[in-house]
Design a protein around this ligand. Structure first.
Ligand SMILES: [Zn+2]
Length: 139
């Protein structure tokens, strides 16, 4: 999906993986409902920050119509949030450094969101893979 990902165009769950370091981070980009109290109609970028990849997202920036990312005021002086925003906004730059961009998709057995590189490549969550006799971490 690397070629197809364009922050100006796509909402979804995106996992960024750095095979060199073994680190990965999962982000969601979604549009606030029109009746939302917070930023109705705006696209919000959030980081997966807990164990529930359906719910545990910490919002930190707006995705603007031109595809640029604007950090929330409370996050704008923090270099880590700035780095995350940069990584989501500029895939070509970070792909050149070896970062993989993966749309998360869902487990083909239980339909839950997949948010680790291993699970995304396999198309199964770790729990379901184990039920099918596939060991995590092989791949
Ligand atoms: Zn599953």
């Amino acid at each position: 999906m690397n070629e197809a990902y364009d922050i100006a165009t796509h909402n979804g769950i995106l996992t960024l993986n750095n095979p060199a370091t073994g680190n990965h981070r999962t982000f969601s980009i979604r549009t606030q409902p029109d009746d939302s109290k917070f930023a109705p109609g705006q696209r919000v970028l959030a980081l997966l920050s807990g164990s529930n990849n359906e719910q545990d997202y910490q919002s930190f920036a707006f995705v603007q119509p031109d595809g640029t990312v604007r950090l929330f005021g409370s996050k704008k002086d923090d270099s880590l949030w700035a780095k995350y925003a940069d990584m989501v906004a500029f895939p070509l730059k970070w792909q050149a450094k070896g970062v993989e961009y993966m749309f998360s998709g869902r487990c083909r057995r239980c339909n839950r969101i997949l948010s680790t590189p291993w699970s995304i490549k396999l198309g199964l969550g770790e729990h379901c893979a184990k039920k099918l006799g596939i060991r995590a971490g092989m791949g």
